[in-house]
Design a protein around this ligand. Structure first.
Ligand SMILES: [Zn+2]
Ligand SMILES: [Zn+2]
Length: 79
């Protein structure tokens, strides 16, 4: 599974729900929210059991409407 938008195969064709103008892809929301978690941090907590994360078939992208000056999230279906 991969995101066609992240891999440059497909561009995001989304229109703003309020003003209907084309909105700009700002990249994956996961890349922009919060600092990258260092792998060392995970290794420091070997006893911590993580609940299984349900498989998501979509990649969350941040999009920005230059007309409304609003940032929203859209989910891109992964292939
Ligand atoms: Zn993506
Ligand atoms: Zn708008």
């Amino acid at each position: 599974m991969f995101c066609p938008v992240c891999n440059g195969i497909q561009s995001l064709h989304v229109r703003c729900s309020s003003c209907d103008s084309a909105i700009v892809d700002c990249g994956r929301s996961a890349d922009l929210t919060g600092p990258y978690a260092p792998y060392a941090q995970i290794e420091d907590e070997p006893l911590l059991s993580h609940a299984p994360v349900p498989e998501t078939l979509s990649c969350m992208h941040l999009v920005y409407c230059q007309t409304c000056k609003l940032t929203t999230e859209v989910s891109v279906m992964e292939w």
